[in-house]
Design a protein around this ligand. Structure first.
Ligand SMILES: Cc1cc2nc3c(=O)[nH]c(=O)nc-3n(C[C@H](O)[C@H](O)[C@H](O)COP(=O)(O)OP(=O)(O)OC[C@H]3O[C@@H](n4cnc5c(N)ncnc54)[C@H](O)[C@@H]3O)c2cc1C
Length: 308
């Protein structure tokens, strides 16, 4: 892992910086590149514009590791109301949540109950809920919770990370559930004992996992989802999908708002299903540091806002 990436991931976990840096205007200007605003309304408006250009969306309110039940309850109510707003605006917009936003650190039954409420509200509108994957301390408990909730609900999917050695095994473990899986590379700092450190190894595992997902997607009629901006991987997956006989409409690519916009448009022009994940909320600092860590060249953009 590069020094800059490690440093940015360290900053993302530092409480003092998390409290202090977001107050600076240059930081707020820089983050605007990746999120349309802090309010749900901003995200809903952005989704309307994207819809007009052929994109579906996913909404996530930034936040993680709530400290008490009342905070988890507030987040749950927020997402239930968001499901109503998405439906009222007739958007094809899924919801993506972090379990630690729903109280997973406090009590796993609490996060289960809160997630169940959000899924039930989404279900009323025939909508779908994704569970994000957080750092490796949560991998096993997140998968277990997904197994539990998937046996009750069909409108829920899970994110898995190809930098983890265990990723392919997890895909195989979950496949009897016919699950919706969004494969990503992984955004946290993880040790070499459990995660690939070299980009080429993470990419290689991404391809290995993708092939597995394409095959069971074909066999069971499940839409495999790939969350990446890596053009080379996207093209490779499209090629492999063709080889196993999956049409363009039988898989989906998810990309983050504001990243590789040209690539997003190219995919839509070429008839692919594309969802743009829109983040919003005031708790953006750790998330933004992870975005900088993915592409340290982005730091130059922050500095330009400082001096520009
Ligand atoms: C829809 C979606 C959901 C995600 N959910 C999770 C999750 O639940 N858990 C998790 O751990 N991670 C999640 N991630 C983040 C993911 O793990 C990666 O950290 C992130 O997508 C960068 O990897 P990449 O696949 O784009 O490939 P990379 O090899 O990192 O990037 C490929 C190219 O994309 C461009 N690019 C990538 N990131 C940036 C950036 N921040 N700024 C500017 N350009 C960039 C660059 O041109 C780069 O060369 C999600 C990503 C997406 C797209």
């Amino acid at each position: 892992m590069g020094v800059m990436r490690s440093a940015l991931l360290w900053v993302s976990r530092n409480d003092w910086m998390r409290e202090t840096l977001p107050r600076y205007r240059f930081m707020r200007r820089a983050v605007n590149r990746f999120m349309p605003g802090e309010q749900a309304e901003d995200a809903l408006d952005a989704a309307g514009l994207l819809k007009a250009n052929g994109f579906s969306t996913v909404f996530t309110r930034l936040g993680e590791n709530v400290r008490n039940e009342a905070e988890a309850d507030e987040v749950t109510k927020h997402y239930c109301a968001l499901a109503d707003d998405i439906a009222a605006r007739r958007l094809d917009g899924h919801i993506s949540v972090k379990l630690t936003q729903l109280g997973h650190d406090l009590d796993q039954n609490l996060s289960f109950r809160n997630l169940r409420l959000i899924i039930a509200q989404a279900e009323k509108h025939k909508n779908f809920v994704w569970i994000d994957m957080e750092g490796s301390a949560y991998t096993e408990s997140t998968i277990k919770l997904f197994e539990r909730i998937r046996s009750e609900c069909s409108n829920v999917g899970l994110c898995l990370q190809s930098y983890l050695h265990r990723c392919l095994e997890d895909i195989r473990r979950l496949s009897p559930l016919n699950p919706a899986i969004r494969l990503v590379k992984g955004a946290y700092a993880e040790p070499a004992s459990i995660a690939y450190q070299k980009k080429s190894d993470v990419d290689e595992n991404f391809v290995r996992c993708s092939l597995e997902m394409l095959n069971w997607g074909k066999q069971h009629g499940i839409v495999p989802v790939f969350g990446t901006h890596d053009t080379r991987l996207i093209d490779k997956i499209r090629q492999e999908a063709g080889k196993v006989g999956l049409s363009k409409g039988a898989l989906e690519f998810h990309l983050l708002y504001g990243i590789k916009r040209d690539e997003q448009s190219r995919l839509v022009r070429e008839g692919c299903r594309v969802r743009v994940l829109i983040s919003y909320g005031s708790y953006w600092f750790p998330w933004y540091m992870r975005r900088l860590a993915e592409r340290p060249a982005n730091v130059a953009f922050v500095l330009k806002n400082l001096f520009g």
